[in-house]
Ligand binder design. Structure first.
Ligand code: GLN
Length: 251
């Protein structure tokens, strides 16, 4: 009787440990967390999440012999999901930032981007001076959000950059700061001639990498091997060309 009881208690403890680990990672899969609102890096097409990052993650999964599973979430949930063990890797056009290195590790980088500032042609923002103090829209928790803080305290934070751009078009905001490739993609998709990109704001270079839970050097090494391979064998260029057809070689 005593034995049965301690066995039951033991099983209960094991069950709660498994639950505490979050969505226990299924064997044979590599779960990628991303925010599929960031074209062309990740976006929803029909029932699928597609984009540059999805293709890179598929190469990583292939080299590891695992099936790729995608979890779509808010951008600012990706790091917490890595920390809690809900996902294996974060592939979300994520810029390597010293603050983020406190919570996660990063692979080698695979893309060089920078921020861009979208404004209305007839709006009040035309340069760094007029950006100061303006109403700036950003995607919550992104490097665009941090960049906006350098210029203004009037910041509106959105789950999607597209929503911020629509508010800018509608006159509710003076500017939107978002990663340049995504800014261009959104402007191309909207085809609104009133919206332009400023080229006179000094933003820093940013580098995207795959985020990994801390303390997994083997996983980081495998990811780096895949990034090296796809860089050398032309796969990465082919992926970029597929999603940036008009801006060949922009890397
Ligand atoms: N590169 C930006 C960052 O890391 C934006 C990423 C995103 O919104 N998916 O904060």
């Amino acid at each position: 009787m005593r034995k049965t009881l301690s066995l039951a208690v033991g099983l209960l403890i094991i069950a709660s440990l498994v639950l505490a680990a979050g969505t226990a990672l299924a064997a044979g899969t590599l779960t990628m967390g991303t925010n599929a609102e960031f074209p062309p890096f990740e976006y929803v097409e029909g029932d699928d999440v597609v984009g540059v990052d999805v293709e890179i993650a598929a190469e990583i999964a292939k080299d590891l012999g695992l099936d790729l599973v995608i979890e779509n979430m808010a951008f600012d949930s990706v790091i917490p999901a890595l920390v809690s063990g809900q996902i294996d890797i974060g592939v979300a056009a994520m810029t390597v930032k010293p603050e983020r290195l406190n919570s996660v590790d990063f692979s080698n980088t695979y893309y060089n981007a920078r921020q861009a500032c979208i404004v209305r042609k007839d709006g009040k923002v035309a340069d760094e001076e007029t950006l100061a103090g303006a109403a700036i829209g950003v995607q919550n928790g992104t490097t665009g959000d941090y960049a906006a803080e350098e210029y203004s305290q009037t910041i509106e934070r959105y789950a999607k950059a597209l929503d911020a751009v629509l508010e800018l078009a509608g006159g509710k905001l003076d500017a939107v700061i978002v990663d340049a490739p995504v800014a261009q993609n959104i402007l191309d998709a909207l085809g609104n001639d009133d919206l332009i990109l400023l080229d006179n704001i000094a933003f820093e270079d940013e580098f995207y990498a795959v985020a990994v839970p801390k303390g997994k050097p083997d996983l980081v090494e495998s990811i780096n091997k895949t990034i090296d391979r796809i860089t050398q064998d032309g796969t990465l260029d082919a992926i970029l060309l597929k999603y940036f057809p008009a801006t060949e070689g922009e890397e």
